[in-house]
Design a protein around this ligand. Structure first.
Ligand code: HSE
Length: 435
């Protein structure tokens, strides 16, 4: 049996998972790859007690792995975008194929990396970069290749979904749950990437590039995290029959592409509303197939390792068959990509959940509904919560019909100026994901 030699760079949560799964499932993985996958060298700054590297050469200098003539495939699992970029480019320049789980790297530097890979006829595979263990990259690139994709919407950050689920079901505190997500190995090295939506934005642009054939770029992606979300909105949303999920949404319209990441009210009847804990799910709506849903663990050691190893198997199969005939995946052949206008968030059309405090006296609500009407916004539902004894102000919640965000902003500004309204008007976008 032919052998393909792997060099693994990085022995953190994912690196250890790759090592362990490769060791445990050696026979079936080799059979599927049609060759022997041998870990020839590991580059890591420190050992990881959760995996046994005995029998494998471990070096401290990861660039030794990228330049090692005995290594065919470099597996980049160090994360970040500076040293990781240098490592991947070094590996390509030494004619290695590359497998990476690094979404920040692909989203920010994919064009440069794929250009280098293409010029050298090397493969860069990145299934684990999006949605952990869910094979969504292969689904978009291969399984759905017959389709014109209209939109995709997903829970694509396990840490934020874990936090929101725990806040929702157990009323737990944001900070406590984040610490637990870090302990479980879900969160990024810098967890602000998770909770501020940056990690989800990286994953969204990778999926959008595949879905819409556009270049990888973070420019114009509207990004909002979950740090400003208030627990009362999670429970009010439930009372109204919605779950709040942190979604990444990419939609092809006649005017261009929407790319946005933000907390979203989703009806409880929508399957994605029931996706909890560290799970991820991506809905894809396309012309031939209709709507599909891809669901599974979005982070963690072995789920992510599952995707990394699937890429290693793909590369190994290609090398074992005809190394010169591999087809560059979309996002790799830059000449085939077409830039698209990214629609500004102000021009995006959606429904809204609005919450604010207003004096409980005659005429207040009619002023507010007039402001909404003047802005051209139709109201779907309006609820006044009973106020605690002695409290003059009540909580008002409004659900709107679909409108442009700029009209909503205009109405919010006017409502905030009313003397009868206290504090800010909070709003969250609502998506029904049904067309
Ligand atoms: N921090 C990421 C998440 C890891 O929580 O989804 C997987 O990409």
């Amino acid at each position: 049996m032919r052998s393909v030699n792997i060099g693994i760079c990085g022995l953190g949560t994912v690196g250890a998972g790759v090592f362990n799964v490769l060791g445990r499932n050696t026979n079936i993985i080799n059979a599927r790859a049609n060759c022997e996958i041998a870990v020839t060298q590991v580059g890591a700054r420190r050992d990881n007690p959760s995996c046994d590297t005995s029998g494998v050469a471990v070096v401290r200098d990861i660039f030794e792995v990228a330049k090692n003539p005995a290594v065919d495939v470099v597996v980049e699992l160090i994360g970040g975008t500076t040293v990781a970029l240098e490592l991947v480019m070094t590996a390509l320049r030494h004619d290695k194929h590359v497998v990476t789980a690094n979404k920040a790297l692909i989203a920010a530097h994919g064009a440069e990396i794929f250009a280098e890979a293409q010029s050298r006829n090397r493969i860069v595979a990145y299934e684990a970069a999006v949605a952990g263990g869910i094979p969504i990259i292969k689904a978009l690139r291969e399984g759905l290749s017959a389709n014109r994709i209209h939109w995709l919407a997903g829970i694509i950050n396990g840490t934020t979904n874990f936090i929101l689920s725990e806040m929702d079901s157990k009323g737990r505190d944001f900070a406590d749950v984040l610490v637990e997500a870090q302990e479980k190995g879900y969160a990024e090295a810098d967890p602000t990437f998770d909770v501020e939506g940056i990690d989800a934005a990286h994953k969204l642009v990778i999926m959008a590039s595949l879905a819409f054939g556009m270049p990888l770029s973070l420019d114009g992606v509207f990004t909002d995290g979950i740090t400003k979300l208030e627990p009362q909105d999670v429970s009010y949303a439930r009372e109204l029959g919605y779950a709040i999920k942190h979604l990444g949404i990419a939609r092809q319209t006649d005017e261009g592409v929407e790319l946005r990441v933000h907390p979203t009210l989703v009806p409880e009847s929508c399957l994605i509303a029931g996706v909890n804990d560290v799970s991820n799910a991506v809905m894809v709506n396309a012309d031939a197939v209709g709507t599909t849903l891809f669901y599974g663990p979005g982070a963690g050691s072995e789920p992510t390792a599952s995707s990394v190893i699937a890429d290693i198997v793909d590369v190994a199969r290609t090398l074992a068959s005809n190394p010169d005939s591999w087809v560059p995946p979309l996002g790799c052949a830059s000449s085939a990509l077409q830039s698209q206008k990214i629609i500004d968030i102000q021009n995006i059309e959606t429904s809204f959940y609005i919450r604010f405090s207003a004096l409980d006296k005659p005429g207040v609500l009619s002023n507010i509904t007039k402001i909404m009407g003047d802005a051209g916004i139709s109201i779907e539902a309006i609820i006044q919560k009973e106020q605690p004894a002695g409290e003059e102000y009540v909580t008002i919640i409004i659900l709107t019909n679909v409108t442009k965000e700029k009209f909503l902003d205009e109405a919010v500004e006017h409502i905030e100026q009313l003397e009868t309204v206290r504090g800010n008007v909070n709003f969250i976008r609502v998506e029904h994901l049904d067309q």
